[in-house]
Design a protein around this ligand. Structure first.
Ligand code: DON
Length: 575
């Protein structure tokens, strides 16, 4: 055990300077601060605000607005998000829940047909998929609490992007190609996002005058603009025209929630992450607890041995997710137990030796094997979420993950507002064991109820070293968010990679159901073959997993290192 600890400390030592000696790609750097996002123009907007004297909070809010304008398919005013912030001056940790909620008229059986079968289309496209948006309230609350620059100033970069246009990048265009077939059902969205109904060429400028008008009103009057009045009415009307149940009362009564961050410890570092109604923080800590007894550095980065071990930990965590996780205002989530070292150790004993377990922890010792009504679907090639990481020289750190759920959410844009409405209702379990768009299953803990928040996987995370922010990270892509954040962390902590290499390295994913070990295509053939030999049902889909956005601060020099994921139109903007 002592030798293991020594190795882990050695690994930690090698990353303190932020650059491993042998590096595939050099990270971005900055002395005053850093903004990283899977949406390039959002990182630039955040940097602009830092340069102007804003703090990390101002920069995160500006980047949040800018991301929602630039990649409307992934996040924006019609969606929700989670914000984790560490305040350098006081050491306070803010975990702000701006998650969408189910409308008052929502019902547990709203996505079942007369025969009791789930209609998956209904929770994914059209009006019934829409939950009450919360992002704007979250950004406003964060800014009111801890921002420095005027509110209108942090909204300005997003307004400018609406006016001047956002050039369509490679990922953006790929997402439009993916959405184009169904956007014909949503003419207002197609009118704004496509070029005369056609897939635009690279570099085509997305100009959004309607959204600019909405942001102008928000800059003047704040979040009430989406709670009552003309724009709110347009959102309700559009949702109802597409068969939804959203009302003005739902919009007016939306409230953010302040939560207590999940805390965990991994190899002497303190992990802060998002608590329920996101499952992200709990399962991140749970997986780290399971892996801590193992010497990952010795088994090697992305070796079959390591992938086997980590994938088994992923399976155990996702099995627990399916029964124990939901909105804590409606269901008593056993957070302390799931994140405890003792439970982690108990699960760790199941990770070795090969071959691996098949039953979820809550069925151990019982003869029954869980029955799935039908197999899950693999996660779609989807860009419906964005992450933003920010750090500044005052010791502030913000991790903000925002979403409309899947690509272009419900598909609906409220005419005249430029706002794309989410389809977050699909994150509920429409029926026990019926998989959602990401193949995730759930039970009563995540059943639909009016005013309830659907379970999320968003994992905005801040890692403290000696009590100060050391690493900030998060990612999009449904359940792959949690496993992407996990792999970014172990790549730095266990394998000593620099932050850019850590976010770019090939990833793998297992979510228990469906029983597939998903590998990105860059994994070498001998690794894949060995995993198959050991009995893993390996699949190599044609898409890549997540888009990690991470910052590491060198505690010795104070220098910021940024890692931007090449899987999307990402950027790291240092200052
Ligand atoms: O909250 C969640 O977990 C999902 N709504 C996130 C969806 C997502 O990340 C789509 N991806 N790129």
């Amino acid at each position: 055990m002592r030798a293991r600890r020594k190795l882990a400390l050695l690994a930690l030592g090698s990353v303190l300077a932020g650059t491993a000696e042998v590096s595939a790609a050099n990270p971005e750097w900055g002395w005053q601060g850093m903004v990283v996002s899977s949406v390039g123009p959002a990182a630039a907007a955040g940097r602009e605000i830092l340069i102007e004297g804003g703090n990390a909070i101002d920069a995160a809010v500006a980047a949040g607005f800018a991301a929602g304008v630039s990649h409307q398919f992934s996040s924006g005013l019609g969606g929700g998000g989670f914000i984790l912030a560490y305040l350098g001056a006081t050491g306070e940790v803010l975990a702000l829940d701006a998650r969408e909620v189910a409308p008052a008229a929502a019902a547990a059986d709203m996505f079942l047909d007369a025969a009791g079968q789930v209609d998956p289309q209904a929770s994914r496209l059209g009006g019934r998929a829409v939950a009450v948006p919360g992002l704007l309230q979250g950004l406003h609350e964060l800014h009111t609490l801890h921002g420095r620059l005027p509110w209108a100033r942090v909204v300005e970069p997003a307004r400018r992007l609406c006016r001047e246009g956002v050039p369509v990048g490679v990922h953006h265009r790929r997402m439009l190609a993916f959405a184009q077939p169904y956007l014909s059902r949503f003419p207002e969205t197609a009118r704004i996002q496509l070029a005369d109904g056609q897939l635009p060429p690279l570099g085509w400028k997305l100009v959004q005058p309607d959204l600019e008008r909405t942001l102008k009103a928000i800059a003047r009057r704040g979040p009430q603009v989406l709670q009552r009045g003309e724009i709110a009415e347009a959102m309700v009307k559009a949702t109802q025209a597409h068969g939804g149940v959203l009302t003005l009362e739902d919009l007016a009564s939306y409230r953010t929630r302040r939560r207590t961050a999940v805390r965990g410890y991994y190899r002497g570092l303190e992990i802060l992450s998002m608590p329920p109604p996101s499952s992200g923080g709990i399962h991140l800590v749970q997986m780290l607890n399971m892996l801590e007894p193992f010497d990952l550095a010795a088994s090697g980065m992305n070796s079959s041995e390591t992938i086997h071990l980590v994938a088994e930990a992923m399976k155990l965590a996702f099995a627990d997710r399916a029964v124990h996780l939901g909105d804590p205002d409606f269901y008593p989530v056993p957070l302390a137990w799931l994140t405890s070292k003792s439970y982690g150790l108990k699960l760790a004993r199941r990770l070795e030796p090969r071959p691996f377990w098949r039953k979820p922890p809550w069925l151990w010792g019982r003869p029954r094997v869980l029955r799935l009504e039908r197999p899950g679907t693999p996660p779609p090639d989807d860009g419906g979420t964005t992450h933003i990481s920010v750090m500044d020289a005052e010791g502030n750190a913000v991790a903000l993950t925002q979403t409309v759920n899947t690509l272009f959410g419900s598909g609906i844009t409220a005419p005249g507002t430029g706002i794309v409405l989410n389809n977050e209702m699909d994150d509920f379990a429409a029926a026990p064991h019926a998989p959602n768009a990401f193949g995730l299953v759930g039970q009563s803990a995540n059943a639909i109820a009016p005013g309830k928040r659907p379970l999320s996987s968003m994992t905005p995370t801040i890692v403290l070293r000696d009590g100060r922010p050391w690493l900030v990270v998060g990612s999009p892509m449904g359940p792959m968010i949690i496993t992407t954040v996990l792999q970014t962390l172990i790549n730095v902590i266990d394998f000593g990679m620099n932050i850019q290499d850590a976010v770019a390295a090939p990833r793998f994913h297992h979510q228990w159901r469906p029983d597939h070990l998903l590998l990105e295509p860059e994994h070498p053939q001998d690794v894949v073959a060995r995993l198959e030999d050991w009995g893993h049902p390996v699949r190599v889909p044609e898409f890549h997993f997540g888009a990690s956005a991470a910052i590491l601060r060198d505690p010795e020099t104070g220098l910021f290192w940024g890692g931007a994921d090449p899987r999307r139109d990402s950027a790291a903007a240092g200052y």
